[in-house]
Design a protein around this ligand. Structure first.
Ligand SMILES: Cc1cc2nc3c(=O)[nH]c(=O)nc-3n(C[C@H](O)[C@H](O)[C@H](O)COP(=O)(O)OP(=O)(O)OC[C@H]3O[C@@H](n4cnc5c(N)ncnc54)[C@H](O)[C@@H]3O)c2cc1C
Length: 585
């Protein structure tokens, strides 16, 4: 079979993983082709919670404004509501997604970006449109079938669904963002742990004006506790906002051991009306589909020149909103490494660190997302739903929380605690931001050491220990104070950056020397009065954890890869050693 197309990187899939890989590579000037077997991007809502770390990536890629222009802002996300029906009794709310005033402060201190709700059908076009404008060659109706690799590259056989013909694409590296049923991962024989099909669920997308039930308590998720809501699915019946307040998606579970119920228009309208609790609401069904809750992650994401990312590697329920966020971070982690190797700046061993750094994250998020489902149990328990199968008795048990009795007080307290405990799903800032990389692409200098009792799942732990993301700060750039920039805006953009302060001239010389000698750009930022930027709020001095004349070396993906506590006479040697280790030279 003839080879029709040649490229540096072939990307399979145009979802969050594939789309962000295409965007990053094209931004870095790396030749790439992206294929998807469908004739379009996704049209259903799918992923929506877009967390701060993901937004940092999108900011670095220059598309943050485009995303925020279509996003539902966090101000409309926070009243996570637990109720019997939307129209019926409400059991409680929790302020989620960093909208509680104290959590909001933490979020503002952690990043220049904001969490938001961007349904996947609005996110994918931004990724792909910008990628193609920057150079990605996009091929729809093109299905990956198989591949073979040799010492120099990978030959991929694809099928053109427009003509039915098969042809080959030759690439130096293959990146598979082909989703939870990844054919590439299967063909590579990549190992997985866990189980697919743990539970059954269905999505029902519909249009209905629900303003009168939700606009006074704006949220992305309304959790409906009806008899039957604890069966299958993601732990409870959900009415999810897609666009406020007229486009929605219901998630309703089914017992996987029995199999999906017969799904018809009448059936789904009945489910939707039951959850709304108002059968007179006009509901226009858009689509419905069944899916399974999975609990599986890859223990190796790489096979020679082939790399897998996104749902191909981590298959889990939507709890915590981690899927698309993690998928984009996989791609962002690998993209600069591929660029460095393809430009001849790094050895191929740099690519091995994709596996070392991202596999622990895959395991962590799959475990977290599945655990979050189990953590609805205490809510059902608190209202007496678990002690009986009878629907009327369940509702009667729930009423007891209104009693002036010890039992009523205990139930109220149990419910309060159970709802608060769901912060681990709906406000887990640490899960989003506390990723820590240990690999040869980081010069180790200990581990983050939070104080005793610090909850690394709930709270972001700010540190400059190599292997963590560069902390956020606002700096003044330029003379008149009009240009206020974030740490993030001073680094990334596909290149290394060295931060130092007054007295750290030796680090600047060392970075420049390494750049000139090796053709690897290292940008430098000196912080201080009269320098590149000024720490006008006097906060960087506390954040940086190194002396003013020390340094922080930051990778193109915003992770600190080396630091020195103070000036050093042999700065040139230290920077060269660090860079050579990181780049695998
Ligand atoms: C109800 C629901 C809610 C969710 N909520 C969130 C959330 O709030 N936040 C979050 O981060 N995640 C969420 N997720 C998860 C998120 O949708 C997925 O994690 C994400 O889509 C994974 O991205 P991906 O690019 O890896 O795979 P996918 O989005 O599945 O994309 C796979 C791509 O590969 C292509 N493809 C597949 N096979 C082939 C082939 N053989 N040849 C060519 N192309 C192929 C497909 O066409 C597609 O373009 C949710 C998911 C669901 C179902």
């Amino acid at each position: 079979m003839a080879i029709n197309i040649e490229t540096d990187v072939l990307i399979v899939g145009s979802g969050p993983a594939g789309g962000s890989m295409a965007l990053a590579l094209s931004t870095y000037g790396i030749d790439n082709v992206c294929i998807t077997k469908f004739s379009r991007l996704v049209r259903t809502p799918r992923a929506h919670i877009t967390n701060q770390r993901c937004m940092e990536i999108l900011r670095d890629m220059g598309v943050e404004d485009e995303v925020m222009a279509v996003a539902t802002p966090k101000e409309l996300m926070g009243n996570n509501t637990f109720c019997i029906t939307l129209a019926g009794e409400e059991l409680g709310r929790m302020r989620s997604w960093q909208t509680h005033p104290s959590r909001e402060a933490e979020a503002k201190l952690a990043s220049p970006t904001f969490i938001n709700d961007t349904p996947q059908y609005l996110m994918e076009p931004i990724l792909i449109q910008n990628a193609t404008q920057r150079g990605t060659k996009m091929r729809y109706n093109t299905e990956y079938l198989s591949h073979e690799q040799d010492a120099d590259g990978v030959t991929v056989t694809v099928k053109d669904h427009m003509t039915g013909s098969e042809y080959q694409i030759r690439c130096k590296y293959l990146y598979a963002g082909d989703g939870g049923n990844s054919k590439v991962a299967e063909n590579c024989g990549l190992p997985f742990e866990g189980k697919m099909g743990v539970d059954g669920s269905m999505n029902i997308v519909f249009e209905a004006d629900l303003s009168k039930y939700v606009a006074h308590r704006p949220s992305v998720l309304y959790w409906i506790m009806q008899p039957g809501a604890d069966i299958g699915g993601i732990g409870m019946g959900v009415v999810r906002m897609v666009r406020p307040w007229n486009k929605w998606m219901v998630i309703w579970g089914y017992d996987i051991s029995v199999g999906p119920p017969e799904i018809t228009d009448d059936f789904v309208i009945e489910v939707v009306h039951n959850l709304i609790g108002d059968h007179d609401i006009d509901v226009k069904i858009d689509s419905y589909s069944v899916w399974t809750v999975n609990d599986m992650y890859g223990t190796n994401n790489t096979d020679g020149r082939v790399f897998c990312g996104g749902d191909a590697m981590h298959r889990h329920p939507p709890s915590n909103g981690l899927g698309s966020n993690t998928s984009m971070q996989d791609s962002y982690n690998l993209a600069w490494k591929l660029a460095a190797v393809l430009r001849g700046q790094a050895g191929e061993s740099l690519l091995e660190t994709y596996n070392t750094e991202r596999i622990p994250i895959a395991k962590q998020i799959v475990t977290r997302a599945n655990q979050s489902i189990q953590e609805f149990g205490p809510i059902f328990d608190a209202i007496g739903f678990l002690s009986t199968q009878d629907p009327d008795e369940k509702l009667a048990n729930m009423e007891k929380r209104k009693d002036n009795s010890d039992e009523g007080a205990a139930q109220r307290e149990a419910l309060r605690k159970a709802i608060q405990f769901k912060r681990y799903e709906f406000d887990a800032h640490g899960v989003d931001l506390n990723h820590f990389y240990e690999s040869s692409a980081v010069v180790a200098d200990g581990k983050p050491e939070p104080p005793e009792g610090f909850d690394m799942e709930l709270t972001y732990f700010r540190t400059t220990v190599p292997g963590t993301k560069i902390p956020h700060n606002w700096f003044r750039r330029g003379e008149y104070g009009s240009d206020i920039v974030a740490t993030l805006d001073l680094c990334c953009q596909g290149e290394f950056t060295l931060f130092t302060g007054i007295g750290g001239e030796g680090w600047v010389e060392a970075a420049n020397g390494y750049s000139d000698a090796n053709g690897v750009p290292i940008n430098t930022v000196v912080v201080g009065p009269g320098q590149d930027v000024e720490d006008i709020y006097q906060e960087w001095a506390e954040i940086r954890e190194v002396d003013e004349d020390g340094c922080l070396l930051v990778r193109p993906d915003g992770y600190i890869c080396y630091r020195s506590m103070s000036a050093a006479g042999n700065a040139a040697e230290l920077v060269a050693n660090a860079m050579n280790q990181i780049l695998g030279k």
